[in-house]
Design a protein around this ligand. Structure first.
Ligand SMILES: NC(=O)c1ccc[n+]([C@@H]2O[C@H](COP(=O)([O-])OP(=O)(O)OC[C@H]3O[C@@H](n4cnc5c(N)ncnc54)[C@H](OP(=O)(O)O)[C@@H]3O)[C@@H](O)[C@H]2O)c1
Length: 260
């Protein structure tokens, strides 16, 4: 088990990629703080991990704020006395035309996907510096950290921000032996992307069909959550001890391909 004895926080871990990441880190021996805004879903996830023998603590809260992120780090330290791994996974994504995008919609994306993610990095790094043990921070980016597309401006701006932030913090915190990384998935079937795939719904131009995604992805399919969680678990481990300040695409070739 590559993460035996480590303590990890995974934001937004009650479903989707966060659920898979928490499950895999737990399988590898980590103790976990599970989080989502819904207390019920976070508790259910922590209980299910406990049934598999994983030590997990549910902390409900909104990670778009500094206080929300600090509460997760505090909970880990109070329970286990330390923090080794922070996975800033929580995110939101909604499609819309930029000419009509309203202020709240824009701010929601930036607040959850970028501002909150920075506060997660900061809360974790302060604890890691205090411990003098180093640590690993993994930020969930996206193929849209690297490329543009129509009708997703707020999401794409926030994810490009995650990429820049990851590089900046990795350089700044390397003297403290903190590695900072970004993991960038293409389309993975989770509750989030159901909104991106509503064929024929609302306004077909805004959404992709299953066929669109399969055609655009060189490997010809969606990814599955475990293909992301296993990369996160490797990057969080000492096996990845010289990898920092970079993005790892888990995208079936999406970013490298220039066609449509
Ligand atoms: N799925 C994909 O294809 C894909 C591709 C590229 C990148 N990503 C990225 O991967 C991450 C996870 O995506 P996903 O597909 O797993 O999303 P998802 O299925 O919508 O799950 C999101 C999780 O985050 C929680 N959450 C959302 N906003 C939160 C907030 N403000 N505070 C705390 N928890 C919050 C949700 O629970 P509550 O609603 O209860 O809060 C849920 O547990 C995101 O950063 C996303 O941008 C996903």
């Amino acid at each position: 088990m590559r993460l035996q004895g480590k303590v990890a926080v995974v934001t937004g871990s009650s479903m989707g990629l966060g659920e898979a990441i928490a499950g895999e880190l737990g399988n590898q021996g980590a103790r976990l703080v599970i989080n989502s805004r819904s207390r019920e879903r976070a508790v259910r996830m922590a209980e299910s991990l406990a049934e598999q023998g994983v030590e997990a603590l549910a902390v409900a809260g909104d990670v778009s704020t500094r206080a929300g992120n600090q509460a997760l780090v505090d909970a880990a330290v109070e329970r286990w006395g330390r923090l080794d791994i922070m996975v800033n996974n929580a995110g939101i994504s909604r499609n819309g035309r930029s000419l009509e995008l309203d202020e709240a919609e824009w701010l929601d994306h930036i607040n959850v996907n970028l501002n909150g993610l920075f506060f997660g990095c900061q809360a974790a790094a302060r604890q890691m510096v205090r411990q003098q043990t180093g640590g690993v921070i993994i930020n969930l980016g996206s193929i849209y950290s690297h490329v543009g597309n129509r009708f997703r401006a707020a999401y794409i701006a926030s994810k490009h921000g995650v990429s820049g932030l990851t590089k900046a913090l990795a350089a700044e915190w390397a003297p403290h032996h903190i590695r900072v990384l970004e993991v960038c998935p293409a389309y993975i079937r989770t509750p989030m992307i159901q909104t991106d795939l509503q064929t024929g719904a609302v306004d077909a131009e805004l959404f992709f069909t299953d066929g669109d995604i399969q055609r655009r992805t060189p490997l010809g399919r969606f990814g599955v959550p475990d293909e992301v969680s296993k990369v996160v678990s490797f990057l969080a481990s000492d096996e990845a001890s010289f990898i920092s300040g970079t993005s790892v695409n888990v995208d079936g070739g999406w970013v490298g391909y220039g066609g449509w």
